[in-house]
Ligand binder design. Sequence first.
Ligand code: IPD
Ligand code: CA
Ligand code: CA
Ligand code: CA
Length: 286
Amino acid sequence: MTTLEELNYCYDFVLNLTIESGKVIRDAFQGSKKIETKAGDWDLVTQYDKKIEAILIDNLARRFPTHKFIGEETVSHSNFLPELTNVPTWLIDPIDGTTNFVHSFPHTCISIALAVNKELEIGIVYNPILEQLFTARRGHGAFLNGKPIKSSNVEELEHSLLCLEASYATIEDIRDIILGRLEAFVSIAHGIRTMGSAALTLCHVAMGAVEGYHSDNLMPWDVAAGVLIIREAGGMVIDTNGGEFNVMSPKLIAVGNCRLAKELVKLIKHADIKTHQRSLLLQTMK
Ligand code: IPD
Ligand code: CA
Ligand code: CA
Ligand code: CA
């Protein structure tokens, strides 16, 4: 059992640590970086991703020795994604938006969440370049730089600004599906944005700056904090197929309200059917 008092302590501790770690991003932002690739040419990592993850985990582990950690760079290194258990677990993305960071494009952040009994309790997303600090505690609302935020109540896709990630369309077997969904989004919405940071995009849904976000190519550390921030801002996150969202297997639709969620599920299903039919037709023409 983690008491409210313990959660308060965890929150204060991790908030200070995250703000402090943000200095690493800020100091390195304009300079040259040592860039390596992971799964492919598009999958970048710098020495700063590793440095920040080490700072966060070392400090948290020292203060909370019984807690567990699921951090992007540790998982990438060991090639093993641990299960989420009832033990208090920190889900850490040391730099979300590494490609943006590499290009000195200012949408980049630290994303960190605490899950207790598999329930998200604390979420912090901090962009030290634009000085945006998004915070949430379960049941206590969501905030940007200390001011409450609220998700959009626009219910129609025709009146929405939508976000979608297209970077991973470089992976051939999913390219057609992504492009089909992009085409569907473009055909109906006010506009499409691709921010390059899942955590910050979720926060933009939470603050009502965009109505919806969809991606099937995410990992637990990309979304854990942002999901809590959206929920606490009055929005919702569901699985792409319309079912319950699972933070450990995050294929998601994140929106300001329930009606828009249903519309997006329908739009994506329809786009996928069209893509499938198109590929069958192409095969018969070969
Ligand atoms: C990436 C970003 C990006 C999303 C990718 C993620 P990273 O995280 O969140 O927006 O489209 O799927 O991997 O690698 O910059 O931490
Ligand atoms: Ca990465
Ligand atoms: Ca990430
Ligand atoms: Ca990252």
